[in-house]
Design a binder for this molecule. Structure first.
Ligand SMILES: [Cu+2]
Length: 334
């Protein structure tokens, strides 16, 4: 359930709290059941039934009940307070990987500050190194949540990024123990397509991470196929105002598409995709269909999304004759 130190601390606090609550529940429940069954009404009482001994206060009993309560609270409080301090500070040692996270209705933008690159909906991080996230939103409140790596943190409107004074705002850190893919989800209701605001965290070895960064920094090769070339022209005319393809266009209303063809998902984790490297011909065909489907039917896939016709995106009826060429171009973005 927990694949990193932050998630582990939070899980442990949860288990301690659960066990203490369970102990109280069992103790109180047992006494209550005994009282119900052992002392229940069994027919008529004799009229002269004597009253049980009447007492007023019992110092020993009261002190011990108070002591037990204090002890139980302390058992929960110590790991909780310790956890608050540990999760509120990036551990010393390796410098953290710093990433600006921006929530949009309904996708995620990840800016790698030092590396100078930007991705969408797929967060690639090295294992064993703390990752520090600076969390902001472009519109409404969202919440960043990767259950296996760390608990939730809200993205609150009108907060500056950490590197801009006055240095306030929400941030968090996590670290992945081992390579793997971890699912993330926006955890704060943020509108129509909130449920489709997903993302993935891919933890890789530090060598693989360096390689990934180098690949991301490269601009995609210019298309050679004439149809893809025509697709690029159509992309510039219909899509570039919202999308960045480094070296080609610089729109920022939608996800950066520079290396789109190497993504594992499209549309914020909603549609499966096969990274081009190592994909079979059949898979590439399927991916092309997925892209086409997104361009023509995005409003059905993610109701109200900001690329839909109603929000200034391409009109499916008008773009349909050209969509194959555009897709051909998109598939060269690797
Ligand atoms: Cu959201």
């Amino acid at each position: 359930v927990a694949d990193g130190p932050v998630a582990r601390i939070q899980f442990d606090v949860f288990v301690v709290t659960l066990l203490v609550s369970l102990a109280i529940f069992l103790a109180v429940g047992t006494v209550m059941l005994i009282a119900i069954f052992r002392f229940r009404h069994r027919g008529d009482y004799p009229a002269d039934l004597p009253l049980p001994p009447q007492v007023h206060g019992n110092v020993a009993l009261e002190l011990s009940l108070t002591a037990i309560s204090v002890l139980l609270v302390a058992i929960i409080a110590f790991p909780t307070v310790q956890g608050i301090f540990t999760t509120a500070q990036v551990p010393p040692g390796l410098p953290p990987l710093e990433i600006k996270v921006t929530g949009y209705q309904w996708w995620w933008r990840f800016d790698y500050t030092a590396e100078g690159l930007s991705t969408a909906n797929e967060l690639v991080v090295p294992v064993g190194r703390p990752v520090k996230l600076d969390l902001r939103t472009a519109d409404v409140i969202h919440s960043f949540w990767v259950p296996r790596l760390a608990g939730k943190m809200d993205l609150i409107p009108n907060q500056p990024y950490l590197n801009a004074p006055p240095f306030k705002g929400n941030w968090m850190w996590f670290q992945a123990d081992k390579p793997g893919e971890y699912y993330g989800q926006c955890a704060e209701f943020c509108g129509e397509s909130h449920a489709f605001m997903r993302f993935r965290v891919r933890a890789v070895t530090s060598d693989e991470f360096q390689k990934w960064v180098a690949e991301q920094l490269e601009e995609p090769p210019p298309p050679t196929d004439p149809e893809a070339l025509e697709g690029k022209r159509l992309f510039m005319a219909n899509c570039a105002q919202c999308h960045t393809v480094r070296g080609t266009s610089a729109g920022i209303l939608g996800p950066d598409l520079t290396h789109l063809a190497n993504r594992k998902t499209i549309a914020a984790g909603t549609l499966e995709f096969t990274p081009v490297a190592g994909a079979s011909q059949a898979q590439l065909q399927e991916d092309a269909e997925t892209l086409k489907n997104w361009i023509l039917n995005n409003d059905k896939i993610k109701p109200g999304n900001r690329m839909s016709k109603a929000n200034g995106g391409p009109d499916p009826a008008k773009i349909a004759p050209d969509v194959d060429k555009i897709v051909k171009y998109l598939m060269t973005l690797k």
